[in-house]
Write a protein that binds this ligand. Structure first.
Ligand SMILES: *Cc1c(COP(=O)(O)O)cnc(C)c1O
Length: 403
């Protein structure tokens, strides 16, 4: 581990003393950031390959998003949904037209949007499919990550996320990710939806077998089961298309977005669906005090503007291909596999990922281990060619040092 300066050590000390210990962060204390670069309290710069798990896809402190935030902050920040404001309508129009859906329901964090989708699916079960009361089932996938609420961890199969947090919310049926036959046999008359990440992010950047999403989608249509895509991490350009589902021409019934929708500035999430499905919600039966607030809407519109005007999905496709090619060219014995889509890349290592993350940090790159042997590399989508080359050099050196 690199030498910490006294200043950095004191900030870490404060977090440890006064905070809950529910994370195990790298020993890096960031003070400011711009584009793909982070600067620590001693002024040293690091290339950010975490991007706050895709929440800063547009790059840190993007001037256009910042301007929208600052302008709106001086005008109107929060009304609650007890009344209307002049930002929500235009935001909903921009979001739905951009994502090609008829309607949207805004929330704040990703997991709240997941919860919203779960509630929609259950109501669909009772009102549209005549499933017996409280019997609705949602099929989920092993190794998923949908967030940290009690319902989301009830859908999880990861012991770390669940241990001693029971009792769990019933109604989630896990099947192996990418296993069509398992999905087909889990499906029954109580099934109202499947909830799927088109690439598993937290699970270690797992890409399903080609054709799986399309077949799963076809099965859902056949049985009037909702196909609900959790694209909180994969969506809005990360994987080289607007949505990871686009790679297989799949149009989910319910699309769940978050992270990059807030441009790194503010939590903004939403579900997108047809008007007909969204009508399952009525006045007062679901909501959030902060959901769709004017500040969030201003940031959301600016975040979409940047994704569109800077062509970020195409940028991710190009940069991701270049980076993955470079990683394979390294032909390092420390690399077991390079996988991913666009700029969501998983390096399966033959050495401990945490160790490589620490070696990278010493070389001015921040990348996070997920699981013991996987390093996730997901820089902001605005990463330039020269920065990709720097990154490849640092990775080559860190892998060499790890052996
Ligand atoms: C990050 C993430 C979530 C949860 O989002 P939060 O904003 O942390 O609540 C849900 N699903 C996926 C796929 C994610 O990557």
């Amino acid at each position: 581990m690199q030498e910490l300066d006294r200043n950095a050590a004191s900030f870490i000390e404060l977090e440890e003393r006064y905070g809950a210990h529910n994370y195990q962060p790298l020993d890096l204390v960031v003070e400011r950031a711009e584009g793909v670069w982070l600067y620590d309290v001693a002024g040293k710069r690091y290339l950010d390959c975490v991007s706050a798990y895709s929440a800063v896809s547009q790059g840190h402190c993007h001037p256009r998003i910042r301007a929208a935030l600052v302008e709106q902050a001086g005008k109107l920040s929060l009304t609650s949904r007890a009344m209307r404001n002049d930002k929500l309508g235009p935001f909903l129009q921009r979001l739905t037209e951009f994502c090609k859906y008829e309607s949207a329901l805004p929330m704040n964090t990703g997991v709240e949007a997941v919860e919203t989708a779960v509630k929609l699916a259950r109501r669909y079960a009772y009102e549209r499919k005549r499933v017996a009361p409280n019997a609705a089932e949602i099929i989920v996938f092993e190794n998923n990550f949908h967030g940290r609420t009690t319902a989301a961890i009830s859908a999880s199969t990861t012991e770390l996320y669940r241990h001693d947090f029971g009792p769990f919310t019933p109604g989630f049926v896990p099947v192996p990710y990418g296993d069509f036959d398992a999905l087909a046999s889990a499906l029954n008359e109580r099934t109202c939806a499947i909830l799927i990440e088109p690439v598993q992010g937290e699970g270690g950047v797992i890409v399903p077998p080609p054709g799986f999403l399309k077949r799963a989608w076809g099965l859902c249509r056949e049985h009037r089961v909702l196909f609900m895509a959790d694209e909180i991490q994969t969506g809005l350009g990360r994987t080289g298309d607007l949505f990871a589902c686009d790679h297989e021409g799949v149009k989910p019934d319910v699309m769940i977005v978050g992270k990059a929708l807030g441009g790194g500035y503010y939590p903004v999430s939403a579900i997108l669906a047809s008007r007909e499905l969204m009508e399952l919600f009525g006045p007062g039966d679901h909501g959030s005090t902060f959901g769709g607030n004017p500040l969030a809407c201003a940031v959301g519109v600016a975040s979409i503007d940047v994704i569109e005007s800077e062509n970020l999905p195409a940028r991710a496709r190009y940069a991701g291909a270049r980076l993955m090619h470079g990683l394979r060219e390294l032909a390092s014995p420390a690399i077991g596999e390079v996988r991913g889509r666009g700029l969501l890349i998983g390096l399966e290592l033959t050495v401990p990922a945490r160790r490589v993350a620490e070696l990278l940090l010493e070389r001015g790159v921040v990348a996070k281990d997920t699981h013991a042997t996987v390093l996730r590399i997901a820089p902001p989508l605005v990463i330039a060619d020269a920065e990709i080359d720097l990154l490849l050099e640092a990775i080559a050196a860190a892998l060499k040092a790890s052996l």
